[in-house]
Design a protein. Structure first.
Length: 477
């Protein structure tokens, strides 16, 4: 069609009124002289001239119509070009060609404006899409019926679907949240209340993670209220804040220990001494001697707590010593096997990485850390059929890591955030001071590391210790 429209047929050239008038007069004269009515020259002359003029005019109008038709066909093909007015200006159709050209020019300007607007729209859409896709959080645009209309790639990754897989999904079917958070969202959508930085717990990927939720509403062209929901993963941030809070508690405990430990040691020593004297002097009174031994035992327990507080507050100096975690784990497990593991028939599994796993500092305090974790694991395996403890070591970036896992009942969810609080213990009264994990955390923290409870561990409980590793090649150089 485009090629056919561009091939313009030859059109007779009529240079205005003089030529058709002259042709008309010539044809009229010939008709008057040679026609069947030669005896009436005036009437025949006039009739011939009129007929000739009409024939020429009709041909000119037809040529103008053809030219206008070709212009319309080209416009239909998208070629908005003006049609030449000459040589058809003298025709009635030719008078319409300027109007046609004006219309074509207006349409061309309108199309140019539309193309510019379309280009701007596409640019803005691409820019907005780039911004949405580059957001650090998961974004969901929701219709009034809580169906997802837009989702960025972070949202697809969060919920583990292919790109576009969240479209038309129902929000409450998508979010695996507790009843409190569900009620919060339900009220927000019901009353169109915005939500700002609300922390919620979301079960994703088989585990619980914490998110900061933001929700805002807007009206679309149909006056329906839509919503935009953003989920920002703050699990690591929350753990960092808990770590900061724990360190603040450690500082407070250190200050407390420094202030009261020496004051307690003196009266405790006096109580212990008098209890021992009372025990020796009550040989003839067994009941009294039993009371004296209880006093002595409890006093020694208090002294042990005070000593732990002193160790808690003491600032270690850089000794330049290093420790091989693999060797420490072997020696510690050998000691426990000979002492407690055989007695309780606990299976021990060592999964140590090959080679050396060297960390800063001596092995003495790390022995305390691992001993505390092993003792807790042994206590947790009480009444557990086929008890088992797995000790594993590995390299993780710049950290040397060691984990101690058991197949016991695990740690209840509601107390996991208190595991490292000083004096917090799940054991019965008199069986634990509640300072083991706190002191272990303090020891590891001083070395630039940390202890964490592995919530992703399946059966039982698992604690992981990460300590900056020593680069032996760099140290040698």
């Amino acid at each position: 069609m485009r090629g056919t429209a561009n091939r313009r047929p030859s059109i007779p050239y009529f240079p205005g009124y003089p030529l058709p008038a002259a042709i008309a007069l010539l044809l009229g004269a010939l008709y008057a002289l040679l026609g069947p009515f030669r005896d009436e020259p005036h009437l025949l002359w006039l009739s011939g001239a009129v007929l000739a003029y009409l024939a020429v005019r009709l041909r000119g109008e037809r040529a103008a119509l053809r030219r206008l038709e070709l212009g319309i066909l080209r416009a239909r093909e998208g070629l908005l070009e003006p049609t030449p007015v000459e040589p058809h200006a003298w025709t009635s159709v030719g008078h319409l060609i300027p109007e046609y050209n004006t219309t074509i020019a207006t349409l061309r300007l309108m199309f140019q404006t539309v193309e510019e607007c379309q280009g701007r729209f596409l640019n803005e859409r691409n820019r907005s899409n780039t911004i949405l896709q580059s957001l650090p959080g998961a974004l969901l645009s929701l219709a009034d019926d809580l169906r997802v209309t837009i989702a960025n790639r972070q949202a697809d990754a969060l919920f583990g679907v292919r790109p576009g897989g969240l479209i038309d999904a129902n929000l409450f079917e998508l979010l695996d949240i507790n009843e409190r958070d569900r009620e919060l969202l339900r009220d927000a959508f019901l009353y169109k209340h915005a939500i700002r930085n609300q922390e919620i717990a979301l079960n994703v990927g088989g585990g619980k993670r914490f998110f900061s939720l933001n929700l805002a509403f807007y009206s679309d062209e149909e006056n329906d209220m839509g919503g935009v929901l953003i989920l920002q993963d703050i699990t690591e941030y929350r753990q960092l804040m808990e770590s900061v809070a724990t360190r603040e508690k450690l500082v407070a405990m250190g200050q407390l220990a420094a202030g009261v430990a020496h004051e307690l040691n003196t009266p405790l020593g006096n109580i212990l001494g008098y209890a021992q004297l009372l025990d020796r002097g009550a040989a003839e009174h067994p009941k009294l001697a039993g009371y004296a031994r209880i006093i002595a035992d409890e006093t020694q327990r208090c002294s042990h707590v005070v000593q732990e507080l002193l160790d808690y507050a003491r600032k270690d100096k850089c000794s330049g010593e290093t420790c091989d975690l693999n060797q420490l784990a072997r020696e510690l497990i050998e000691t426990f096997i000979n002492c407690r593991l055989k007695r309780y028939r606990i299976e021990i599994v060592l999964d140590l990485c090959p080679g050396l796993l060297i960390v800063e500092g001596g092995c003495g305090q790390l022995d305390i850390v691992l001993s505390n974790l092993l003792v807790n694991a042994i206590d947790a395996l009480d009444k557990t059929p086929s008890p088992r403890i797995v000790v594993r070591t590995w390299m993780e970036d710049t950290y040397a890591a060691i984990s101690i896992a058991d197949n016991g009942p695990g740690v209840p969810l509601d107390i996991r955030n208190r595991l490292f609080d000083p004096f917090f213990s799940t054991k019965e009264v008199g069986q634990g001071s509640g300072l083991g994990l706190s002191i272990s955390q303090a020891i590891v923290t001083k070395r630039g590391g940390f202890i964490a409870y592995d919530a992703a561990h399946g059966e039982g409980a698992c604690f992981t210790v990460r300590i900056p590793a020593v680069d032996l090649e760099r140290a040698k150089s």
